[in-house]
Design a protein around this ligand. Structure first.
Ligand code: FUB
Length: 338
């Protein structure tokens, strides 16, 4: 269920779906969910049809602004809080406002987002607000040393914040080695270690990287790095980090094989050891998620393209409960009942 070029009965698929969209009046995707002040806030992409033809670079994902969705609790109706940030207000960005995230520190809220500069290169910016739903005021420049897409910001128990980011293909990560851009550099050969996501601790003011970003290693059960040709397991995009029972759970999308997977480790930098799948493929090409605890339950936020009848860049955010087994393994979820 990874393409929209197949014959699908969308009414039947909607009936089989384990969850329905949080909101239906706009298209939303790439949900980053957090509990701030006892309420759930979801920071999604706001999908639109920008009229840009489909290509492998993802140019058809031509998003221009962000809306924050809030829920008083997991059973409550989702509320759209309107435009929180628009590309026209970001001095350094020109287009393609892709998957964002947010963090709270003190009484300020920090909204992180990737966008393309006028020269077509992705960077990651930050915008600051007094409310979890915005409006957010962007910094004049992108975060120094940032690149690629899909920022996810994780607060560790000691009060440090880390940003995880990166995505291959349209996300441009394959053009970087050691944080340096080279248009002629590409993905490694299939029998070489796969490119990893990138992590950097944030400065106290949350506006910059506090260290040189480093690449994360994802290992198999034998301790070997996952290979670039291991498309069912290697990192593609959509980083997320959460902690469960003292362990670090790094989760991500495998892109062209359409799985959400995870790997665990004992510190925020890894290495992380591959553990398995979280979500089997959704309708639509992309899959992207977050994992968030509300009181004593855990939830997976994800998206699919059922509402738009399979249009891959017109997606809808959903949520469902997530369970662990007694060994801390995530029990994989099929988004559609058999
Ligand atoms: O929404 C645009 C891109 O699609 C995101 O940045 C990726 O993670 C994928 O979901």
């Amino acid at each position: 269920m990874s393409d929209n070029d197949h014959n699908v009965d969308y009414n039947e698929l909607k009936a089989k779906a384990i969850a329905q969209p949080l909101v239906e009046h706009i298209y939303t995707a790439d949900p980053s969910a957090h509990v701030f002040d006892g309420k759930i806030y979801v920071y999604p992409s706001h999908d639109i049809d920008a009229g840009i033809p489909f290509n492998d670079n993802g140019d058809h994902f031509g998003m221009e602004d962000y809306h924050v969705i809030s829920l008083d609790n997991p059973e409550a109706d989702a509320v759209d809080n309107g435009v929180a940030l628009h590309v026209k207000d970001v001095p350094w960005a020109e287009r393609q406002m892709w998957a964002p995230d947010a963090a709270k520190k003190g009484d300020k809220y920090y909204f992180y987002f990737p966008a393309k500069r006028a020269d077509g290169i992705f960077q990651i910016g930050v915008a600051v607000g007094d409310s979890p739903v915005g409006p957010f005021i962007p910094q004049p420049e992108a975060i120094k040393g940032s690149y690629s897409i899909d920022p996810a910001v994780f607060e560790d128990d000691d009060g440090s914040y880390y940003m995880y980011f990166g995505g291959i293909w349209g996300g441009q990560l394959q053009n970087y080695r050691d944080n340096q851009y080279d248009a002629n550099t590409d993905e490694p050969a299939a029998d070489q270690p796969a490119l990893g996501p990138i992590v950097a601790r944030l400065t106290d003011d949350m506006l910059e990287f506090d260290e040189t970003p480093r690449e994360i290693k994802i290992l198999d059960e034998q301790g070997n790095e996952l290979l670039a040709g291991d498309n069912d397991r290697r990192f593609f995009e959509a980083s997320w980090m959460h902690k469960y029972q003292g362990k670090y759970y790094f989760s991500y999308s495998t892109g062209d094989t359409h799985f959400l997977c995870y790997a665990t480790g004992d510190n925020p930098y890894g290495p992380f050891t591959y553990q398995g799948q979280i979500l089997t493929p959704v309708e639509g090409w992309t899959t992207h998620h977050s994992i968030c605890q509300y009181e004593n339950k855990w939830y997976l936020f994800y998206h699919d393209s059922i509402l738009s009848q399979g249009v891959t860049h017109l997606r809808s955010v959903k949520m469902t409960e997530l369970h662990y087994d007694k060994n801390g393994k995530i029990i994989p979820i099929n988004p559609y009942k058999d």
